[in-house]
Design a protein around this ligand. Structure first.
Ligand SMILES: CC(C)[C@H](C(=O)O)[C@@H](O)C(=O)O
Ligand code: SF4
Length: 472
């Protein structure tokens, strides 16, 4: 028997038909939908007279356009957005698809909601009309984003025409130093391999540093793999991953549980499996990272200096660095540390989970939001929000001057009314720092939750390790 990668095992176990050398028809265990990428798909489905054969293997969440103001009943004021939400509700009702609707207390960001209810399980293929579906690799599930026409195909058949990807292994051994998190690790990796460095590949993360990460930290890592261009991310499921699922999936009991555990133990790359590409990193080298530019790979350790385009090789890299520096209004060779911020955003499917909010609370405890800074926390889901409120995190952050909002994508991409004004500089726990991502002309610096908290209490980009030393 030939040795196989975990990726190959997942694809083979879901292949309904081999179409040609490059493409297979892939069965999808779970199809997630949001209000943003599903309307045309449903319209196409209905025009073709198709039904949804397995509605229970689809689930929908209102994520992107929802307002986050802390009111009891949320009302979507923007007519186009309100229509997207009402369309989703109508379509879900028509086909019997479960929906986390606008005022459902468990609503949130699709990638936060689905794992917390035990819907994502090792060995699954999970798809969604959203690029950050790679998140589920943290549980050993092959997740990836699809386009709207593919959403229609999946609704009608629960299958997808899937072009095979290459496989890449990223091994990270050693221990993350104090102050460095999974966010810093993935930012460092993206900085080293580039925003296209994993393009065409499904990445498998492994090594002692990955084993040591919590499941939530693994979500952060796999979530951002797509920012290196990856078509998927995987971590072989271990006891931690399985425990996470078992605690949340009430239906996995008795014989089913034994079968699930046995299946889970097969979900790893064989010892001599061959990968198309390999990278190695040392966790001990990871410092808190902050993006300086307008692409997630334009990133440096917080104590570094912004690059000088004159010292970059002439060509595309120099050109994009010059353009990015103009947009972010930073000078070549400037230190990032000490750069004033006017806004702090904590949330998103990258860093809007309970462990992220605990990390923020740990930095903020005994401190206050700096004068002139607007700091906002948007929990990733209603469940995260309730847990944080129960743990006293919401009270602590509110007393320190943070705004405590309702769940959603919010200022991760500013499709609701949480939009920054031009020129505002924001320390953000999100995953994309593209031009205009948080509002036209607004400037985004990606960083970890602890680093964003440090920026909130100091009013500037700050090395959280120094903050801890000063006060600890
Ligand atoms: C709106 C959606 C299609 C998009 C994505 O695919 O990722 C969004 O979630 C994002 O983060 O940019
Ligand atoms: S939180 Fe951000 S990255 Fe995640 S799905 Fe929403 S918009 Fe996309």
């Amino acid at each position: 028997m030939t040795s196989k990668t975990l990726y190959a095992k997942l694809v083979e176990s879901h292949t309904v038909a081999v179409l040609d050398e490059q493409n297979v028809l892939l069965f999808c265990d779970l199809h997630l939908m949001n209000e943003y990428t599903s309307p045309q798909a449903f319209a196409g489905l209905h025009a073709a007279g198709h039904d949804v054969p397995v509605p229970g293997q689809n689930v929908a969440v209102v994520s992107h356009i929802i307002p986050t103001h802390p009111v009891a009943e949320r009302v979507i004021a923007d007519p186009a957005s309100a229509l997207q939400a009402s369309n989703l509700k109508r379509n879900c009702e028509r086909h019997g698809i479960p929906l986390f609707d606008t005022n459902d207390r468990l609503q949130g960001i699709e990638h936060v909601v689905s794992p917390e209810h035990g819907m994502i399980r090792p060995g699954m293929v999970v798809i969604c009309g959203d690029s950050h579906t790679t998140t589920y690799g943290a549980l050993g599930a092959l997740g990836f984003g699809i386009g709207t026409s593919e959403v229609e195909h999946v609704l009608a058949t629960q299958t997808l025409v899937y072009r095979l990807a290459l496989s890449m292994r990223i091994r990270v051994d050693g221990e993350l130093p104090a102050g460095a998190t999974a966010k810093d690790l993935i930012l460092m990796i993206i900085g080293r391999i580039g925003a296209q460095g994993a393009r065409g590949y499904v990445v498998e993360f492994c090594g002692s540093a990955i084993d040591a990460l919590s499941v939530e930290a693994r979500f952060t890592l796999c979530n951002m793999a797509v920012e290196a261009g990856a078509r998927g991310a995987l971590i072989a499921p271990d006891d931690k991953a399985m425990d996470y699922v078992l605690q949340r999936a009430a239906d996995i009991t008795g014989a089913v549980r034994e079968a699930a555990l046995a299946h889970c133990r097969t979900l790893h790359s064989d010892a001599d499996a061959r990968f198309d590409a390999e990278h190695r990193f040392h966790a001990g080298e990871v410092a808190p990272h902050v993006t300086w530019g307008t692409s997630p790979d334009q990133v440096i350790p917080v104590d570094g200096r912004v690059p000088n385009p004159e010292r970059l090789p002439a060509g595309a890299e120099r050109g994009s660095a010059e353009q990015a520096l103009r947009y972010v209004a930073l000078s070549p060779d400037a230190p990032l540390e000490g750069t004033p911020v006017q806004h702090v955003f904590i949330g998103s499917c990258t860093n809007g989970r309970i462990e992220d909010l605990r990390a923020v609370a740990d930095v903020v405890r005994g401190r206050r939001v700096a004068p002139g800074v607007r700091a906002m926390v948007v929990p990733g889901s209603g469940a995260v929000m309730a847990q944080a409120e129960g743990e006293g995190i919401a009270a602590l952050l509110t007393a320190a001057g943070f705004e405590w909002r309702k769940p959603g994508c919010s200022m991760c991409l500013a499709m609701n009314d949480d939009v920054l004004a031009p020129g505002v500089r924001c320390a953000s726990t999100t995953n994309r720092n593209f031009e205009g991502r948080q509002g036209r002309g607004a400037i985004t610096h990606l960083m970890s939750p602890a680093m964003a908290a440090a920026a909130a209490v100091t009013g500037a980009i700050t090395d959280v390790r120094k903050l801890e030393r000063l006060h600890g």
